[in-house]
Design a protein. Structure first.
Length: 140
């Protein structure tokens, strides 16, 4: 399914609608270049899942966990390579059966077994389409 959005709030709303189909254990891989709107879409999804904390890209850690109506994990693998010496079980703290997990820069973690979902995997790609327009492609 492909949708077009024309503002950040429209992308948040789309994230909120997508969140309605999610269940614990599901993993949502969100790709797109810097500034595409990955965090914006995830913020909308988190709000719909009952998360009230600020939702921003995890910068100094690989991930954050939020308390929503269900546990929610938010990972950003942009710096995963820098964490090469860390515990390989790192991702498993976030991608586990009780949590819905959102992953920015999933291609960087391509060979991480933890990205093999504990539940279903939803793939979202966000593309710039000029100014504030974005194309959001969702594949289940
Ligand atoms: P990413 O996580 O992909 O790097 P962010 O969500 O952090 O991107 O940032 C997207 C930026 O683009 C924000 O400043 C947001 O306000 C802006 N923006 C403009 N139009 C849109 C849109 N249609 N959807 C999402 N973000 C948009
Ligand atoms: Mg981001």
């Amino acid at each position: 399914m492909t949708s077009s959005t024309y503002s950040a709030s429209e992308t948040e709303d789309l994230g909120g609608r997508l969140a309605k189909q999610l269940e614990p254990g599901d993993v949502v891989l969100v790709s797109g270049e810097l500034g595409a709107g990955k965090t914006t879409l995830i913020r909308g999804a988190c709000r719909a899942l009952g998360v009230t904390e600020p939702v921003t890209s995890p910068t100094f850690t690989i991930g954050q966990r939020y308390a929503g109506r269900v546990p929610v994990s938010h990972l950003d693998l942009y710096r995963l390579a820098d964490l090469g010496t860390e515990d390989p079980a790192l991702l498993a703290d976030y991608i586990e059966p009780s949590a819905i997990a959102f992953v920015e820069w999933p291609e960087i973690g391509g060979d991480e077994p933890a990205l093999d979902a504990t539940g279903r995997t939803l793939t979202i790609e966000i593309r710039h389409a000029g100014e504030d327009a974005r194309e959001v492609i969702v594949r289940n």
